[in-house]
Design a protein around this ligand. Structure first.
Ligand SMILES: [Zn+2]
Length: 307
């Protein structure tokens, strides 16, 4: 479909300004969500919406709810009813149902790049994106609503490039908790309703802006409790983390990034960042690329191995 015709609508959702993930997150400002956003069902993952050139409010209720996500079973109200009062049994980056590597023995690795947004996290690593384009390295880009707000044209260019697929990195970039747990000094979501909003407000925004509903979700900080993960699953998205910490929140030097990348094995999912161009991420990936290829690895997008 013609993505150029898609309209970018950014004025109707307000976002909290919190830090970036994971090593440099320190703020705990709660999110400010548009209350009217709650009534609209979100499209199912992988669906395609029709392009429009008419600016319409991005949170206007949809009169024809989609079949799966947004149906009665997965409405905000139904999810609150189903999961409120459920006590989490796990908390962290590796709780049940969180995908941390691709289910394959093929010599493939998936590079995933977060764009976290916020006051210090809304940059754009042009050198890294140019490298991936030059070397034909596909990647899955996890984009936060605050980053979109700062970079609407860049998001459009990235979404138009078939080398990349766009995934959901949350609305206010918060750890996903039903009880308000924190990590790295960042307050998590505090309830099932809060979890739903953290996922669905950005899901609607990305769907509207790119014409494609993301299939994958990763929270700000990549922390979850197990109840929150079940809520995301019911919304029709896979929660995807990583087993290779590629740049530690874009704090690694070039050689540290390269060393981390070279720990990859078959099916590894690498986490790095595309929003902090002053760090060693681009150079580190550039240094590791030929070595990984020499070892027989091919880069893939998540959707090539995950459904
Ligand atoms: Zn992030």
């Amino acid at each position: 479909m013609d993505v150029k015709r898609r309209t970018f609508l950014l004025g109707t959702v307000s976002y909290a300004v919190v830090g970036c993930s994971p090593a440099n997150q320190r703020s705990s400002t709660p999110p400010s969500l548009d209350a009217t956003a709650h009534s609209e069902p979100i499209p199912p993952a992988s669906s395609v919406t029709s392009a429009t050139s008419e600016p319409t409010p991005s949170v206007e209720p949809d009169p024809t709810p989609s079949r799966s996500v947004g149906s009665d079973r997965t409405s905000r109200k139904a999810l609150i009813r189903r999961y409120s009062g459920k006590r989490p049994n796990a908390w962290g980056e590796a709780v049940p149902r969180v995908v941390r590597r691709l289910p394959t023995k093929d010599r493939v690795v998936a590079l995933t790049l977060d764009a976290c947004g916020g006051r210090t996290g809304s940059g754009y690593d042009a050198k890294l994106i140019e490298l991936l384009r030059r070397e034909r390295v596909p990647a899955t880009l996890f984009v936060n609503a605050r980053w979109i707000e700062a970079n609407p044209r860049k998001l459009r260019r990235l979404a138009e490039d078939p080398l990349f697929e766009i995934a959901n990195h949350g609305t206010a970039h918060r750890p996903l908790s039903v009880t308000g747990r924190s990590v790295y000094g960042i307050s998590g979501t505090t309830s099932v309703a809060d979890v739903v909003d953290e996922v669905t407000v950005n899901q609607r925004l990305l769907t509207k802006l790119t014409g494609v509903a993301p299939a994958f979700f990763r929270s700000g900080t990549a922390y979850y409790d197990d109840v929150a993960v079940r809520v995301v699953s019911d919304l029709g998205l896979r929660v995807v983390n990583f087993n290779v910490l590629g740049d530690a929140g874009a704090t690694y030097s070039t050689s540290q990034v390269a060393s981390a990348m070279l720990t990859s094995t078959s099916g590894s999912i690498i986490l790095a960042h595309m929003n902090r161009p002053s760090r060693g991420t681009a150079e580190g990936i550039e240094a590791a690329l030929p070595k990984l290829r020499k070892r027989g690895f091919r880069f893939v997008r998540l959707s090539e191995y995950l459904r």
